[in-house]
Design a protein around this ligand. Structure first.
Ligand code: M6R
Length: 365
């Protein structure tokens, strides 16, 4: 089943161009139509005035990324919450709020209980984004849409995460269209972005040898810091989670602007700092944050795209994704953080597919 690959995780990382193309097809086929989300979706999408996304772990980070697209493309307010927190607090019911759950397995107990709680409190509209057909969450939701990732065996989520992002982007464009915030020209541009994406992912996979070189520098470190800003901050979180799960190296992620409010105290020559820094409107801000790290002797590992002007210098290592990918850039940068953690795990000799203490589907509290 592994074919030429050494681990399921590696196989699943390499399946992403196809998984993403298959998932994008949902939207490219019919032209971002609401019916992709269920028969009742056209009516529900017109009624709602806000979105609440509930999820755990990597699916929660997908939700945090999706919030940016939903607010900027569909112009709809979106809150994201960790399911295990939401289910134990007083919430204010709103029958015009669409409750979205995101779950690869569709069986995560905390997410399921959070959905039940939301419904019991008076939320009437729910949508499940899921990878497993007919699992508990889509069965319990008024609307459902499936990622076309195929079975994911590795405990660390890879292709499920990136295909969740494709669905969230498709949802933002669909909602934007239904609610009159996306023009025909915008629609064509977004469709084109989706069409280009599998090719950009393939290019990012070709960075594996360079990321393998970086991995040698991480393997003996006790901890690492991941920084990002805006829509790339959730990708920094995802990078830190992958490193923790796969290598047991302590890793944290921060929005880069928070550095000087505390975490800068951690930075010294022993602390590798991964910065996700594509050439977007926040690049200058990120550069200023990087200088703060450099001035304290921190070693910088910069993931950026073709258009930025970083150069490899003493203490600054740069890897470029092959082109500027615009609005879908978080998906492409995810590939690099997956491959980095995978290679650090190989150097450290940890169990890549079954990290200690973790289960693929968390059906207990
Ligand atoms: O099946 P789910 O998406 O609901 O699972 C949620 C988390 O348990 C899961 O994403 C977990 O964080 C992964 N091991 C991350 O790689």
């Amino acid at each position: 089943e592994l074919g030429l690959h050494s681990h399921f995780m590696q196989k699943e990382i390499y399946e992403q161009p196809k998984a993403i193309a298959d998932t994008a097809e949902i939207f490219l086929d019919g032209g971002f139509i609401a019916e992709n989300f269920g028969d009742d979706a056209p009516a529900i999408f017109k009624t709602i005035n806000s979105i609440k996304i509930l999820a755990c772990g990597t699916s929660y980070y997908a939700a945090l990324t999706g919030k940016y697209w939903l607010e900027s493309i569909a112009k709809i307010r979106c809150d994201v919450e960790i399911a295990s927190e939401y289910r134990y607090r007083d919430v204010i019911a709103d029958d015009k709020e669409l409750v979205i759950t995101i779950s690869q397995s569709g069986e995560t107990l905390d997410t399921m209980e959070a959905l039940k709680y939301a419904v019991a409190q008076g939320h009437t509209h729910s949508l499940s984004i899921c990878n497993v057909m007919e699992s508990a969450l889509p069965r319990s939701s008024s609307l459902a849409i499936y990622t076309r990732a195929g079975a994911e065996i590795g405990v660390a989520s890879t292709k499920a995460f990136t295909t969740q992002l494709v669905i969230l982007f498709g949802l933002a464009v669909t909602l934007g269209r239904v609610r009159g915030h996306v023009s025909e020209a915008d629609l064509e541009r977004y469709a084109d972005d989706l069409r280009q994406l599998p090719g950009s992912i393939q290019h990012a996979l070709n960075l594996e040898p360079q990321l393998g070189v970086w991995a040698q520098k991480f393997a003996a470190k006790p901890s690492a810091l991941f920084l990002g800003r805006g829509i790339h901050y959730p990708i920094a979180l995802e990078g830190a989670l992958k490193l923790k799960e796969l290598t047991y190296i302590h890793a944290e992620a921060y929005p880069a602007g928070e550095l000087k409010h505390g975490p800068l105290a951690l930075v010294d020559e022993n602390m590798p700092v991964v910065v996700i820094a594509p050439n977007d409107s926040l690049l200058d801000k990120v550069k200023a944050n990087m200088q703060e790290v450099g001035a304290r002797g921190g070693e910088l590992f910069v993931l950026t795209d073709l258009d930025s002007d970083f150069t490899d210098t003493e203490g600054v290592h740069v890897i470029r994704t092959p082109r500027h990918i615009g609005v879908l850039s978080p998906i492409v940068h995810t590939i690099a953080v997956q491959l980095l953690s995978y290679h650090v795990a190989l150097v450290r000799g940890t169990d890549v597919d079954k990290p200690r203490n973790l289960a693929k589907s968390v059906t207990v509290e």
